[in-house]
Design a protein around this ligand. Structure first.
Ligand SMILES: [Zn+2]
Length: 229
C-alpha cells in the first residue's frame, strides 16, 4: 500500500484534529494544526513582557486565552504530549542566531508532578525547540520542592511559592553558558525568574527566558510583531 493511501486509511479511522479549532484534518498530521489556525497564530509573532526584578524581558509566542488555553490545558493535563511539536513551532522564530545560545533548557516540574503526569510539558517544548534549531538540550535545573500550582495563587504569593524551589544541575556546563530557558505558560514570570536566579548563581553567563504563552496583560511591552529568526 502506498503511503498516501495508508495515510488516508489512518485518517479515516483516526482523524487528526486541529489542536485549536478541533476540525478534522485531511493532511497535516505533523503539527496537528490546520492551515487556518497555523496562519492565524503565526501572525501573532514573538511578543515580550517585562519580568519582575532585574531579569529583563521574557519572549512569548501565544496569548493564553480561548482556543490556545483549551489546547494548552489538553497538552498539560489530558495527556496530549503529541501537541509539543506544533506548539514549539511558534517559539522557533525567537531563537535568534545572534543570541549565541549554548544550551536550551526548561523550567522543570517536581518529581511528584512528573510521576502523576508522566511527562514534563516544558521539557517536551524545549526538546522540540532544540531539535528544530539544532542547539543542544540540557537539563540545568531540578525542582526539589513540590509547591502549590502557581495558577492558584496571586502575584506576590507566586514569588514566595517558588522561592528556593530549584537546584542547578550539570553545573560544569552551566558555568559561562548562555542558556535559553523555556516555560510553558508564564503569568507574572516568577517561575522563570526563580529559575534564572538559580542559573546565574550557578555561573550562567546569560539566561534568555521564553514562554510558549503569556497569561496576563500585566507588564506586557507594546512592540511591533517581531519574527527574528
Ligand atoms: Zn484549526
Amino acid at each position: 500500500m502506498s503511503y498516501p493511501y495508508y495515510r488516508k486509511l489512518v485518517n479515516l479511522f483516526y482523524p487528526a484534529r486541529c489542536m485549536f479549532c478541533r476540525r478534522n484534518m485531511e493532511d497535516e498530521r505533523r503539527l496537528l494544526i490546520c492551515p487556518d489556525c497555523l496562519a492565524a497564530y503565526e501572525s501573532h509573532g514573538i511578543q515580550k513582557f517585562l519580568l519582575p526584578g532585574t531579569y529583563g524581558i521574557c519572549e512569548y509566542a501565544l496569548d493564553y486565552r480561548d482556543e490556545v488555553r483549551q489546547a494548552l490545558l489538553r497538552f498539560k493535563f489530558s495527556g496530549m504530549a503529541q501537541y509539543a511539536r506544533g506548539l514549539a513551532h511558534f517559539m522557533l522564530p525567537a531563537v535568534d542566531t545572534h543570541m549565541h545560545i549554548d544550551y536550551i533548557s526548561w523550567a522543570p516540574i517536581s518529581p511528584i508532578r512528573h510521576m502523576r503526569r508522566t511527562y514534563d510539558q516544558s521539557k517536551l517544548l524545549a526538546a522540540e525547540l532544540a531539535r528544530g534549531c539544532g542547539i543542544p538540550l540540557l537539563r540545568t535545573l531540578h525542582k526539589w520542592k513540590h509547591n502549590r500550582p502557581q495558577s492558584k495563587l496571586s502575584g506576590h504569593q507566586r514569588t514566595l511559592n517558588v522561592q528556593g524551589a530549584y537546584r542547578a544541575s550539570h553545573c560544569a556546563q552551566i558555568k559561562g553558558a548562555r542558556i535559553l530557558l523555556v516555560d510553558d505558560i508564564a503569568t507574572t514570570g516568577s517561575t522563570l525568574c526563580e529559575c534564572a536566579k538559580t542559573l546565574y548563581k550557578a555561573g550562567a553567563a546569560y539566561v534568555y527566558c521564553i514562554a510558549l504563552a503569556h497569561g496576563s496583560d500585566e507588564g506586557k511591552i507594546e512592540t511591533n510583531k517581531t519574527s527574528h529568526g
